[in-house]
Ligand binder design. Structure first.
Ligand SMILES: *Cc1c(COP(=O)(O)O)cnc(C)c1O
Length: 398
């Protein structure tokens, strides 16, 4: 079932059938077209295809591939986007979305609380090419308003920030950005594609690290840029296909099969995250618990109205700093210590010494990355086992 045929069905149905292209053998499970090139029937056909290829006419896998196209159509259906371009990793998506539309002299406003590599692109790379970047506290709308100026081309932020789980108001930032004609690009990993309403709320471009919930089983890196057909085909595709960050057909196949179960997986993980957050609130060994889906979260009203749910990650600060945090991590039996998220396996991370180790102390303080902070990505194990695992490990803290 192609994109245009599937759109009347509900999301779960679209995730099973959307984008499917069958070969002449009529296989049930989608084929991996593990080919980098395509044969033309004639010299004239080759000439025509390079002149202007139609949808589903392929030239070279860096430009497009049938398995990759199936993934792009299926994820576009999930997000409610006109089009999508699949990338080799989440960072290829973030880089591609930004670099494809910015030029020297442009101005970008970005939320300060960002995934480390996103921060690197905005702080270190863009400046080298004459793009001026202003960082703001993403939840402070006055700060966005003050920072946006007539030459602002892009506003960039993570809908739910990593690792302290602040929630940014897509609708409000989009209104401010659109007044000066700036594009709103959101990195939506923590909100998850299942609960995203980013386009409806005003975002122009949505990027995902597909490595997270889309694969959701820890196998392969990938990413995707979603937006209008004009932006994806007119701006993103030329940049991506010539700079080499396209997704491989094998990766696309893994991601495509994962989309069949993403709704079930993410809904179950969110339900377990809610239960874990509830079990941890007011725990005597904890200084604080951050979960956007909990009533005590500062942006919970926004989560209720815009996302519906608070995602699959719970962050908390243990009393006793780094030593206590390490005691907790080393006492976990079900959850693993690692730095991915959105996985079927529950994963605990100590941001201060791993993902955010490089940040100067002053920056860590600004972002709330305390020595006792744990980022806990809730997996698909039985929720009671997850809760017992964390509560049990907390008992090890003196
Ligand atoms: C993981 C992640 C990325 C980068 O994705 P990769 O697939 O690792 O390249 C970007 N943004 C956010 C919010 C992430 O969690």
């Amino acid at each position: 079932m192609r994109k245009d045929m599937v759109k009347d069905y509900k999301t779960r149905t679209q995730m099973i059938h959307g984008g499917t292209r069958r070969s002449q053998y009529n296989e049930v499970s989608e084929a991996i077209f593990l080919t980098q090139g395509f044969v033309y029937d004639s010299a004239e056909q080759a000439e025509q295809r390079f002149l202007k290829s139609q949808p589903d006419e392929f030239i070279y896998a860096r430009y497009g591939n049938p398995t990759v196209a199936m993934f792009e159509d299926r994820i576009a259906a999930l997000e409610g986007a006109q089009d999508a371009f699949a990338t080799a990793s989440g960072m290829a998506a973030v880089n591609g979305a930004l670099m494809s539309c910015l030029k020297a002299g442009d101005h970008v406003v970005a939320a300060r609380a960002l995934f480390g590599s996103c921060l690197y692109i905005l702080q270190d790379i863009l400046g080298r090419f004459g793009v001026d970047v202003t960082f703001v506290d993403g939840v402070d709308l006055d700060a966005w308003q003050a920072a946006i100026r007539p030459e602002t081309k892009v506003c960039f932020f993570e809908t739910i920030s990593n690792p302290t789980l602040e929630v940014i108001d897509i609708r409000a930032v989009s209104e401010l950005a659109h007044k000066v004609g700036a594009l709103v690009i959101v990195d939506n990993v923590f909100a998850t594609p299942v609960y995203s309403r980013a386009f409806e709320l005003g975002a122009d471009v949505v990027v995902y690290s597909a490595t997270k919930h889309i694969d959701g089983q820890g196998r392969t890196l990938g990413g995707v840029i979603l937006g209008s057909q004009e932006f994806i085909r007119g701006t993103v595709e030329p940049y991506m296909k010539h700079t080499g960050g396209s997704m491989s057909p094998f990766t696309a196949w893994v991601m495509l099969k994962s989309l069949e179960t993403i709704e079930l997986r993410v809904r179950a993980q969110v339900a377990s995250a809610e239960a874990l957050a509830e079990a941890l609130y007011d725990h005597p060994k904890l200084e604080s618990v951050m979960y956007p889906g909990h009533a005590s979260h500062p942006q919970n009203a926004l989560v209720q109205s815009d996302l519906g749910k608070g995602g699959t990650v719970v962050s908390f600060v243990v009393k006793g700093g780094k030593d206590a945090a390490f005691t907790l991590l080393n006492g976990l039996n079900v959850a693993v210590i690692s730095n991915n998220l959105g996985d079927a396996k529950s994963i605990a991370t100590h941001p201060a010494t791993t993902t955010h180790q490089r940040l100067p102390q002053q920056e860590k303080d600004l972002l709330g990355i305390a020595d006792g902070l744990i980022r806990f990505s809730v997996g698909l194990e039985d929720p009671q086992d997850i809760i017992d695992d964390v509560l049990g490990a907390l008992e090890n803290i003196a």
